[in-house]
Structures are given as C-alpha cells and as structure tokens.
Design a protein around this ligand. Structure first.
Ligand code: ZN
Length: 162
C-alpha cells in the first residue's frame, strides 16, 4: 500500500482533491497546514498544494520569488483559468509583494474560510450514505450540512482508512 505514486498518479490524486467554487477558486480539499495552506503528497514528499499546482502549469518557481493568491484564499490552487485565461488565482510575485498582500489582507479583514468540524459518528453516517451511492449534495441535504463539508469529511475518512 505504501508504494509510491507515479507523477501521473500524483496528478490524478491532486485533481480529485479540488473543489471548484462559485468564485472560480479551486478549493483544495486535502489537509491544510496551520497557516492555512494546503499540503499535498507528491513524489513521496509533502509540498505546498498551491505551489504544486503552479509548478504543474509553469515549471519551477524562480528563486527568490513567491506564489501569491490574487483571491486571498490560501487553500485555492487555481493555477489556470478554466475558461481559457492564463493566470488563474496564483500569481508570481516577490517577497515584498507577499508582505504587501499580508498587510492589505489584515487591514480588510476578510472572512476566514469556514471549516466545519463533524463528529466521527456523523462522518460515519456520511460515508455510509456515500457508499450507498448518495451524492455529496444529497448527503448534505439529508444531514443538514453543506456539500463542501460533506465532501471534506468523506475524503478525510478515506485518508484515515488508507
Ligand atoms: Zn482562488
């Protein structure tokens, strides 16, 4: 089971962890670091999910540069506009740009992403319904949760079971 995934396997696993929301953000559904950035396992190593996404499209991040979020959503991994644009929400910038972003962000005080915790019993119920063929949407309706919460809970369960 601990066999290392191929690069294609990594990519496929990554794509399965993306939830496209109404703002065009590609919300990363995998684990998050305490600073809010997504963490992905690629090539047997933990990497930052947004950097992984950006590098898939653009190649390695140039030295001394950082990847910024134009959407201010740290869990977003939208490296390319799905409608055929070029940049997506991840943009290359300098360390200074990144500092400026942080100052601006603290000033406007955005709503942090809502991370809803579900109990183990509730998650088991979600997994059970999912195995019976219910969609995330349907399960959410049944249990009074939103679709994203359901998806996150079920994916995290898969990870624990693996
Ligand atoms: Zn975004």
């Amino acid at each position: 089971m601990s066999q290392r995934r191929t690069e294609e396997g990594d990519l496929k696993a990554f794509q399965e962890l993306i939830h496209v929301d109404g703002n065009g953000c590609h919300e990363y559904m995998g684990g998050l670091a305490s600073n809010g950035y997504g963490i992905f396992q690629a090539g047997g190593k933990s990497v930052l999910a947004h950097i992984y996404a950006w590098e898939l499209v653009n190649g390695p991040v140039p030295e001394g540069m950082v990847i910024r979020h134009s959407c201010d959503n740290k869990a977003c991994v939208n490296a390319m506009d799905s409608l055929g644009g070029f940049e997506g929400h991840l943009v290359l910038g300098s360390q200074q740009d990144n500092m400026d972003d942080k100052v601006r962000r603290d000033r406007i005080c955005r709503n942090p992403r809502k991370l809803v915790r579900v109990s183990p019993a509730e998650r088991d119920a979600m997994v059970k319904l999912s195995r019976e063929g219910a969609t995330y949407y349907r399960i959410g309706k049944t249990l009074g949760r939103d679709q994203l919460t359901v998806k996150r809970a079920i994916l995290s369960y898969g990870k624990l079971a693996a």
